[in-house]
Design a protein around this ligand. Structure first.
Ligand code: 5GP
Ligand code: ZN
Length: 122
């Protein structure tokens, strides 16, 4: 099946390299990169290479590829110079709809390192 694209979508443009990004891990069905406005050091976005606005719009094959990438990123990205996790924990967050604080209308998973001193929900 041909992947869906939206020529006007900023995350589709990032996948195609039309907008620069700090790429981390790319797989045939996923792309991950640093968030441009991180809420914590090491804030990463993981996206399917399929344009759909909500989680339920994305074919299972794309979704199946995402969590293994999230897992890898917790290891390869979130280590400091001493091999210690940048965070004391981390949140994985996926917003659907403006009421749920979604801004970019291409499904994305946030991976956000969490330090002991960060007491908020995210
Ligand atoms: P949302 O609120 O939709 O769940 O999160 C969208 C995220 O995308 C935000 O954290 C925002 O900083 C990030 N973002 C928006 N535009 C860009 C961009 O052009 N490049 C990168 N790297 N991140 C972006
Ligand atoms: Zn898109």
């Amino acid at each position: 099946t041909a992947a869906a694209h939206d020529a006007a979508c900023i995350f589709c443009k990032i996948i195609k390299g039309e907008i620069p990004s700090f790429k981390l891990i790319e797989t045939p069905l996923t792309y991950s990169f640093l968030d441009i406005q991180p809420i914590a050091q090491g804030h990463v976005l993981i996206i399917p290479k399929y344009h759909g606005p909500r989680l339920h719009n994305i074919p299972d094959e794309y979704l199946s590829d995402i969590l293994p990438v999230v897992k890898k990123l917790t290891k390869v990205l979130q280590l400091d110079d001493n091999d210690k996790l940048i965070g004391d924990g981390y949140n994985v967050l996926q917003n659907n709809g403006s009421i749920a604080h979604q801004v970019v209308e291409h499904v994305h998973f946030h991976l956000i390192p969490k330090k002991t001193e960060d007491t908020g929900l995210i």
